[in-house]
Ligand binder design. Sequence first.
Ligand code: RNT
Ligand code: ZN
Length: 410
Amino acid sequence: MSYETAKARFADWGVDTESAIAALLQIPISVHCWQGDDVRGFERTSGTSGGGIQATGNHPGRARTPEELRADLEFSYGLLPGKHRLNLHACYLDTDESPDRDAIEYRHFAPWVDWARDYGLGLDFNPTFFAHARADDNLTLSHPDQGIRDFWVEHGRRSREIASQMGAALGSPVVNNIWVPDGYKDIPVDRMAARQRLDASLDAMLTTPHDHLRDAVESKLFGIGVEACTVGSHEFYLGYAIRKQILLCLDMGHFHPTENIADKLSAVALSVPELLLHVSRPMRWDSDHVILQNDDILQMAQELVFAGLLGKTHIGLDFFDATISRTAAWVIGVRNMQKALLRALLLPQARLKAIEAAGDFTARLVLTEELRDLPFAAVWEEVCLRANLPTGAALLAALETYQRGVAGRG
Ligand code: RNT
Ligand code: ZN
């Protein structure tokens, strides 16, 4: 179907496709650096992976250096409509030095900032509380040992400073997201003490206010090796974020598999100033699969649009698949998020809300199902066409050509 025909079909419903396209192009997606190298990072000190997160697979072409990662990112951003962001983890420093986590400084990340500026990208940041000898027992900010807690608090403080400086340098606030793996494999007897320690460590980390910075905290249900108790649970961080009026990060893999994460947005948005999303696809557990255009993502996008939350939600992605081309994973994941947002923006929102408010649930069901058949694809094609971006077989060819070029990396 041609774009003009599709435009008319949407107009029949009172929907202006041009406004939807314009709105879509204003929504930045924060692209997670860690899909590009299987969450390894560029520290020279040997850390051990851990924290219950793991990329599985051995596809050729993993980025081994910041230069390779940036090249892969440039290629991937080049296949995406709109302007986006890069979400960096603290273990992705770019320096000849080997600072430990409690000694990182802004200059260790300066090449990323220069590159982001040249490329017109915003940055986001994350302290790295895993893959380190001092996190081997899956306890960091809640560790019973004061010295270990202090080490991680210092890491967190420095991460916030670095994030703030990045934000100042780029003229765009940086979201600094705190996720710690802390938890217990088997049933603890003093959950309260662990949570009090995490609470106090976070307070110590967050005392200094910084400009150009948005603090976020990310909860989790469980992880491999921390099956019995996660110290930073959803209730813990929901309460913390409300008390401190900071951002709450909702990772779609961090809840019970039958929970609807989209449903949580309107509930928590009433009590926290802003939200951060880690859009992900859990399969049986927090497996971090590449996101699809499935109901979970469509509902998430629809909630963001219909609940008016785009202005207070930072959309980040969080998946890592090492069994496929890593650049393809990025491109498909970001495009799927964008397609979901576009679909939501193309719905006759006011009409649907009026029908619901009038209590006509029959009409609501008939329309929500009929609307699935609208020609969303033709509008997406138009978005890509205007940006001179390939779709379909041409997209596959572009992805394959790039992958062939990086497959020889050792
Ligand atoms: C882990 C969390 C966290 C990480 C990244 C690398 O379960 O989802 O967000 O995936 O920080
Ligand atoms: Zn996450």
